[in-house]
Design a protein around this ligand. Structure first.
Ligand code: PEP
Length: 248
């Protein structure tokens, strides 16, 4: 089975209308072959980007609510995001876990809702520095994965990409070594074999996130179980295209 390389940009709470317009221009017409590219933008810019971004790239939201509708001031449902052109949503990002106190169970509920509506999911997992230093990396990642394994169905996995993002590498400039990334990705694949199925394990894209940039992406991208990247800071620059072409 070939797993198409996947590169997601996570703009976080950055950008403006003018920035979106300039990125649309910058990215248009630049070759990105054999790679699926998704731009995770602040929700207010999704309609513009869905209309104007090159058509072979898709737009992602960075969060959604776990319910359909109701008295949840400030929240957005999966259906609303789809309605304005999002095709993907990033869920379980470490900033949402740490700052907004999202639990494994809540993230699993959000994942289930998004998938049930037709929104594809980039599911983020990863350990804190102290957890790595205590030798608990796999235990933490497995716990985060357990919640969604128990909540979604085996068929749902075709619409999920797993982003392994060690928290100590996010926005810090301290990228994991290619070997560190490969080790955890291989463990995640083993986990999927044991807890979901051989097919889901073979077919699910496992991407790495944490201080990926145009200089370090090629080495990490060569690893057998690294199927792409989730990119924060470096996705706000025109050279994001270089990362999209890491394995070209
Ligand atoms: C992220 O926010 O998902 C991320 C990986 O950020 P950065 O690339 O800036 O480390």
């Amino acid at each position: 089975m070939t797993r198409t390389f996947f590169v997601g940009g996570n703009w976080k709470m950055n950008g403006s209308q003018a920035f979106c317009e300039s990125m649309v221009q910058t990215f248009s017409g630049q070759a990105t072959d054999n790679v699926e590219v998704v731009v995770g933008a602040p929700s207010v810019y999704i309609p513009y980007l869905a209309q104007n971004l090159r058509k072979d790239w898709a737009v992602a939201a960075q969060n959604c609510h776990q319910l359909d509708s109701g008295a949840y001031t400030g929240e957005l449902s999966a259906e609303m995001l789809l309605d304005v052109g999002a095709k993907w949503v990033i869920l379980g990002h470490s900033e949402r876990r740490a700052i907004f106190k999202e639990s494994d169970e809540l993230i699993a509920q959000k994942t289930k809702k998004a998938l049930s509506k037709g929104l594809k999911v980039v599911f983020c997992c990863g350990e804190l520095l102290e957890e790595r230093e205590a030798g608990q990396t796999q235990q933490v990642v497995n716990r985060q994965l357990n919640a969604i394994v128990q909540t979604i169905s085996p068929e749902d996995w075709q619409n999920v990409v797993i982003a392994y993002e060690p928290v100590w590498a996010i926005g810090t400039g301290k990228v994991a070594t290619p070997e560190q990334a490969q080790e955890v990705h291989a463990e995640i694949r083993n986990y999927l074999t044991t807890n979901v199925s051989e097919a889901v394990s073979a077919n699910t894209r496992i991407i790495y996130g944490g201080s990926v940039n145009p200089e370090n992406c090629a080495e990490i991208g060569k690893k057998t179980d690294v199927d792409g990247f989730l990119v924060g800071g470096a996705s706000l620059k025109p050279s994001f295209v270089t990362i999209c072409n890491a394995t070209a």
